[in-house]
Design a protein around this ligand. Sequence first.
Ligand code: HEC
Ligand code: HEC
Ligand code: HEC
Ligand code: HEC
Length: 161
Amino acid sequence: MVKRKSSITIAALVGLATVFVAGGIYAGTKVPDVIKMQNPAYTEHTKGIVEFSHKKHVEDYKAACSDCHHDDKGQPLTDLKMGDNVESCITCHKIPGTVPGEMKKEWRETKMAQSEQAKRELEFHAEALHQNCISCHKDFNKKNNSKAAPVTCTTCHPKSE
Ligand code: HEC
Ligand code: HEC
Ligand code: HEC
Ligand code: HEC
């Protein structure tokens, strides 16, 4: 059974997120060595704030800019270099957070095609981040028989207190 009230709340939330993001441009040419991943589009962070070592990823772990940054079609930005203007993930992956459980349930219940579900999932900021970060970490750990790249919640999101 689909609860009416919650669908409306979710629709309102999505609408709000869209308006909020359309009102501001998120992009920049400068990037700190370590980014505190606390995107201002979120009203609240429920998990510990992830410290992302942007510089180490590029210099020590040899990740290419295009492993993480792509264009408005999702195509890797292979010519990107330091000093270029780069759009924040939230510009396109607009909705803060992960897909709410109730929305996932609704998708299943209405038998939405897997491809459509995957597409909608990517509209959520935290889903896009998780997919990007964790897929590379998994590959790296598997290839190197290592645990150096974090894949569990608390190795990325420090426990508060
Ligand atoms: C491992 C993933 C990863 C790699 C590799 C990477 N970046 Fe980033 N970069 C990010 C993330 C995540 C952010 C934060 C974006 C956000 O907050 O939406 C970011 C932010 C930035 C920003 C700031 C954008 C802003 O909104 O202020 C710039 C500029 C940037 N990166 C340039 C580069 C360049 C140039 C390279 C290659 C030399 C590179 N990045 C490599 C993931 C990466
Ligand atoms: C200019 C718009 C735009 C920006 C900025 C952007 N994306 Fe995307 N992203 C897309 C589009 C479009 C797709 C393809 C969506 C689809 O296939 O349904 C995509 C796909 C993805 C995917 C799934 C496909 C893949 O490459 O594995 C991930 C994960 C992802 N983005 C993460 C990120 C992260 C992390 C950032 C910030 C570092 C970011 N995106 C910035 C537009 C953007
Ligand atoms: C293209 C591959 C790749 C992507 C994408 C990537 N990482 Fe990593 N990351 C690595 C590797 C490789 C290591 C471990 C390197 C080592 O310790 O030898 C690592 C280690 C880390 C660590 C622990 C060590 C440190 O430097 O703090 C954190 C935290 C981390 N990554 C966060 C992130 C986050 C957050 C994202 C997404 C925004 C991300 N990573 C995306 C490759 C990647
Ligand atoms: C590789 C690092 C990494 C791992 C592992 C990871 N996350 Fe995240 N998570 C992030 C990043 C980066 C963001 C984006 C935060 C931002 O930019 O504000 C995020 C955002 C979130 C958010 C939305 C923001 C918030 O605090 O409410 C939730 C919820 C979340 N993650 C839950 C989880 C859970 C649950 C797990 C384990 C199943 C997990 N994450 C594993 C990196 C990670």
